[in-house]
Design a protein around this ligand. Structure first.
Ligand SMILES: [Zn+2]
Ligand SMILES: [Zn+2]
Length: 335
């Protein structure tokens, strides 16, 4: 029968893909344990070998320790804070010491769980029903195949590093974690290169007098080079997406909307895009009426500016411009 063969191949491919999802889901905890072990080993190498020889210790030890603390704290938060599922009630802001304190602002309001000021154009999210799990999903929510649940402001499922989805409530920690990994590995490479020569035995006048073995140091050093380059690239892409007001899924969707808008002679406009600086401020929830900027440098928990049931939009836009009702992509296309 013509046509049935490609359908069969497609079905097989889908089955293999599902199996892969289940496998990465099962292996997730091991990946996370391996990553955590790697960070601990890297920190021990740094404290034992590099820190005692660091120039201007009275100036540099503090920032180095702060980078290490931020790295571990954001890694812990990104792995343990739920991304926010459509069926769950919105997460509450805690009042423990780990939560950053908001400064007093004028004209701030709290409606629909949106912690922002009255000069913002905030509109309630439209909702649809998920055909896969049956949950009511607000705009920007997507169904994750691995978690088999609908994640609010779904970005992607990250099996390797954090073993869960990146969504509304943990995306800030995810980006800060990547920033601190980049910073930490960069410092390790820059400050540790002279020790690498000793570890490799190229420096004949110097002997290796550390508790950490030279082999472990060399392995960690090489891993730091690779991780610094890889994570910095991912971080740059992630920050760019944030700056233009898109999640990873939306960047694909918007590409499609741009095409259909252009075919009609219209221009697609992303209604979540309030300008690069404002988008970044909203994402990190800092700046005008947000949290103080120091929350980026201290390992505090900061809630998102919205609970995902309302979104700040570009003034004058209630929805994306250039894409008509019924043309929006759903998770079904992803199947
Ligand atoms: Zn769903
Ligand atoms: Zn997921």
């Amino acid at each position: 029968m013509p046509g049935s063969c490609p359908a069969f191949v497609f079905a097989c491919f889908k089955r293999v893909e599902r199996f892969g999802d289940r496998l990465t889901g099962a292996a997730g905890p091991f990946f996370v344990a391996a990553a955590a072990l790697l960070f601990v080993a890297g920190t021990l190498c740094f404290l034992d070998v590099i820190l005692p020889t660091i120039p201007w210790p009275w100036l540099s030890v503090g920032p180095c320790m702060l980078i290490i603390i931020n790295l571990f704290a954001h890694y812990y938060f990104v792995c343990t804070v739920s991304p926010g599922f459509a069926g769950d009630s919105p997460q509450r802001v805690g009042n423990g010491f780990i939560w950053a304190k908001k400064r007093r602002t004028h004209g701030r309001f709290l409606t629909n769980g949106v912690y922002w000021s009255s000069h913002m154009n905030v509109t309630p999210a439209s909702t649809t029903k998920c055909p896969k799990c049956g949950e009511t999903k607000p705009e920007r929510t997507h169904h994750c195949r691995v978690c088999n649940r609908c994640v609010v402001k779904y970005d992607h499922h990250c099996p390797v590093r954090i073993n869960q989805c990146v969504g509304l409530y943990n995306e800030r920690h995810f980006v800060l974690f990547m920033a601190y990994v980049t910073l930490a590995t960069f410092c390790f490479v820059v400050l540790g290169w002279s020790h690498l020569f000793v570890a490799l035995g190229f420096e004949f006048n110097d002997t290796w007098e550390h508790r950490v073995s030279p082999i472990l140091f060399t392995i960690i050093y090489l891993l730091c080079i690779v991780m610094c380059l890889a994570i910095a690239t991912m971080l740059a892409w992630q920050l760019w997406s944030v700056a233009i007001g898109e999640t990873a899924v939306e960047s694909y969707d918007h590409e499609y909307y741009r095409k259909i808008a252009t075919s009609r002679g219209e221009t697609f406009q992303n209604s979540y895009d309030l300008g690069k600086l404002r988008n970044l401020q909203l994402f990190f929830n800092v700046g005008i009426d947000g949290y103080p900027i120091y929350t980026l440098f201290l390992p505090f928990r900061v809630p998102p500016y919205t609970n995902g049931r309302s979104w700040a939009r570009r003034p004058g836009l209630e929805r994306h411009h250039g894409v008509h009702v019924g043309e929006e992509l759903t998770d079904e296309e992803d199947n």
